[in-house]
Design a protein around this ligand. Structure first.
Ligand code: ZN
Length: 184
């Protein structure tokens, strides 16, 4: 069902239904093994609630932000269902999974720097949510060193995005400062 046409609510819920379907067999790496879809929902919610984003295209891209990276969905699927702009935004925040993880992380910083304002805001919301998922006990199989590396890298990605949404940036800074006192 193509939803390139429709009300903003229709478009957003269609994107959510598509993402939920595509991620339906995936779990997050936490001890509760939360359904994966909780993550894109949290990212879209952070954009709307903290970042005050009302742009349907950005919110659709937020709920879809991991479908190209982690599912069999293709850019053509996204263009057909949600239009070219949503697809372009999702592609901007999609990592090349064929690269080794260190290189992938460095590339993400470079891409974040050159990204559109919409993509930058999705990057920041993503890092806010991911930082919230890192604690002394979560993810359970991550040694402290890996958590420290992750937190410092997330801060570099957000630095590459600064200037697009002060409220999101301030929220990230608070989350970062809290983890800094725990781990560094
Ligand atoms: Zn994500």
């Amino acid at each position: 069902m193509s939803t390139v046409e429709g009300s903003p609510m229709d478009k957003l819920l269609s994107a959510l239904a598509f993402a939920a379907h595509k991620h339906s067999n995936q779990r997050r790496k936490n001890s509760r093994q939360s359904p994966f879809i909780n993550h894109p929902i949290a990212v879209a919610h952070a954009l709307a609630h903290i970042g005050k984003i009302e742009d349907t295209i950005i919110l659709q891209a937020a709920v879809l932000h991991d479908v190209l990276e982690d599912t069999d969905a293709s850019p053509a699927d996204l263009v057909e269902r949600f239009g070219y702009e949503v697809c372009t935004l999702v592609k901007e925040v999609t990592d090349d999974k064929t690269l080794p993880s260190h290189e992938r992380r460095e590339r993400q910083i470079e891409r974040a720097q050159a990204a559109s304002p919409g993509a930058k805001q999705i990057f920041i919301a993503d890092k806010i949510c991911n930082l919230h998922d890192v604690s002394l006990t979560e993810p359970p199989d991550w040694p402290a060193e890996r958590k420290v590396k992750y937190i410092l890298w997330a801060d570099r990605v957000v630095d590459a995005c600064r200037g697009c949404n002060p409220a999101l940036e301030a929220w990230f800074d608070k989350a970062f400062a809290k983890r800094r006192t725990i781990f560094l």
